[in-house]
Design a protein around this ligand. Structure first.
Ligand SMILES: C[S@@+](CC[C@H](N)C(=O)[O-])C[C@H]1O[C@@H](n2cnc3c(N)ncnc32)[C@H](O)[C@@H]1O
Length: 268
């Protein structure tokens, strides 16, 4: 099956335009970007509780974009990392970011529905919600998981409060995204014969899905009111969540948390 066989809501050209806005950077090289941000730190905690550190394990990121998660999985767990993305601009950016981080990793420019191989860990973040039929995409991803290997699927939570922000402030989000719920993800993974290890919303009430550019049609308001408000509110909430985490409190629910993740294992 290729992307032509089922409806994809974006295209390589769409992503080329998105990634052209990002310059190659060393900022992913250390994992400070994970530790400073409550959302990423929460994800790191969930993964660290389940994944082994093992430099012999292989890892592929489907829709690898700038390769920040390839860098993370290599640094955090030692995995030998491969990325796959059909956007030429993203592949170039990913190769440069890996080089800047001093990490040897392969980046293939390809439609991920068509590639072959077997990997110990197959990860996608922010990908399957861009398709009308996420189940077909996850079936293609699951094929690449080696027996005993792990499939990790992470999506933005476009339901609950975060969906409301988007519907009110940036309804065009739903032209390129479908609402994928935790129940959908769990059902799809189970239907593929995978054994669930973890399925949860995460990120507490951080404002990861509150659009930064909600008022771009009103440039003055956007610049003088919304942007400063967004910055202060996001930083304040991030700090409050980090403090909460320091006190051992984890507050997550599908109605408030900005991300959903399912981690499952392919039977041996
Ligand atoms: C939202 S971005 C996520 C990037 C990365 N996972 C991250 O979180 O930094 C989705 C990525 O999936 C890629 N993508 C979408 N459809 C694809 C396909 N059929 N084959 C390969 N890559 C695809 C896009 O080019 C884009 O880079």
């Amino acid at each position: 099956m290729t992307i032509a066989d089922q409806k994809e809501l974006t295209s390589a050209e769409y992503w080329n335009n998105e990634w052209r806005r990002l310059a190659p950077s060393r900022c992913y090289a250390s994992l400070d970007w994970v530790h400073r941000n409550y959302l990423y730190r929460a994800f790191d905690r969930l993964l660290s509780g389940l994944l082994p550190v093992d430099p012999d394990r292989t890892f592929i990121e489907m829709g690898s974009g700038p390769a920040r998660w390839m860098i993370y999985f290599h640094r955090r767990f030692g995995y030998r990392v491969v990325g796959c993305d059909y956007s030429e601009v993203s592949c170039d950016l990913a190769r440069r970011n890996l080089a800047a981080a001093g990490i040897v990793g392969e980046v293939m420019q390809a439609d991920f529905m068509t590639i072959e191989g077997q990997y110990d860990v197959v990860f996608s973040g922010g990908v399957v919600e861009h398709f009308d039929r996420p189940q077909d995409v996850l079936a293609a991803f699951a094929r690449l998981v080696a027996p005993g290997g792990i499939l990790i699927t992470d999506v933005p939570n476009l339901g609950g409060l975060n969906g409301l922000y988007r519907r009110l402030l940036k309804p065009e989000t739903f032209e390129t995204h479908r609402l994928v719920t935790l129940a959908d993800l769990r059902r799809i993974h189970a239907g593929l014969g995978l054994q669930e290890m973890l399925a949860t919303p995460y990120g507490s009430f951080t404002l990861g899905r509150l659009p930064t550019d909600a008022f771009r049609r009103f440039p003055r308001f956007q610049r003088t009111v919304w942007r400063p408000f967004h910055l202060v509110a996001s930083r304040g909430v991030n700090r409050a969540c980090l403090l909460m985490q320091g006190a051992g409190v984890r507050l997550d629910h599908r109605l408030i948390s900005p991300h959903l993740v399912v981690i499952s294992r392919k039977p041996v």
